[in-house]
Design a binder for this molecule. Structure first.
Ligand code: ZN
Length: 240
């Protein structure tokens, strides 16, 4: 039988209250960590999007340079044919060169159209990237200031958590190790942290079952620790 005094029961109730507050503060701290992680994730996803657009732009620039090179080659070939044409002997040869030149000119004009198209795509993409970079800067500023706010919130909660932890230690000193152990064991089974249940009019307020009359009578004497036979919570007499 674990002995308990009325004062120790008050201490246990106090301890339970502090533990519940600690749990609430801990959930604030967890939420802060989650918020910061979500902000970082959003920013990093956006950074990746812009990175991809920049890669696409560089591919277009490369394509443009290749087309430009093709135009140079083409222009040189046309120049050579023009020269040849001036020195040919037969009309047949002349016609053949003329035909070749026409084909080269057609190809050149096709490449130049592709270059225009490519240039227009680069311009559109370039503008898109500039707009996204501006948006990214704004988001970055927003994230920085949001982080500051949540970090401040966290630091207040951390202080509160440390205070509550000290309070637990102070309160624990009033309990016997046996009582404290009993409290901790019961608490493990109670997800809401409420290891103590008031007994009113012979009913356990934790599970609303009828407490055996002998247990209920003994409770009023505050001499030993009593657990509810149904929910195992620590019972205390409460005639309020
Ligand atoms: Zn109960």
């Amino acid at each position: 039988m674990t002995a308990i005094t009325r004062a120790q029961l008050e201490t246990l109730l106090n301890l339970q209250e502090i533990e519940i507050q600690k749990k609430a503060v801990q959930s604030i701290l967890d939420a802060v960590a989650e918020k910061i992680a979500a902000l970082d994730k959003e920013l990093s996803a956006f950074t990746k999007t812009i990175e991809k657009e920049k890669q696409a732009l560089s591919a277009l620039q490369e394509q443009y340079r290749e087309l430009e090179e093709q135009v140079h080659v083409n222009t040189a070939l046309i120049g050579k044919i023009e020269e040849k044409r001036r020195s040919v002997k037969t009309n047949r040869e002349y016609q053949s060169l003329l035909k070749e030149e026409e084909q080269l000119r057609a190809r050149k004009s096709q490449i130049e159209d592709e270059m225009l198209e490519c240039m227009s795509e680069m311009e559109t993409l370039g503008q898109k990237i500039s707009a996204q970079e501006e948006e990214h800067r704004q988001l970055d500023d927003q994230v920085t200031s949001d982080k500051k706010a949540v970090t401040l919130e966290a630091s207040e909660s951390e202080t509160r958590f440390a205070d509550l932890t000290r309070e637990v230690k102070a309160v624990e000193a009033d309990l016997t190790p046996e009582l404290f152990k009993a409290f901790v064991n019961v608490k493990k089974m109670c997800p809401d942290g409420k290891a103590l249940a008031p007994a009113r009019n012979s009913i356990c307020m934790g599970c609303h079952m009828n407490i055996p009359p002998q247990t209920y009578n003994e409770l009023q004497r505050f001499d030993s620790l009593k657990l509810c036979p149904f929910c195992n919570r620590i019972l205390y007499w409460d005639n309020a």
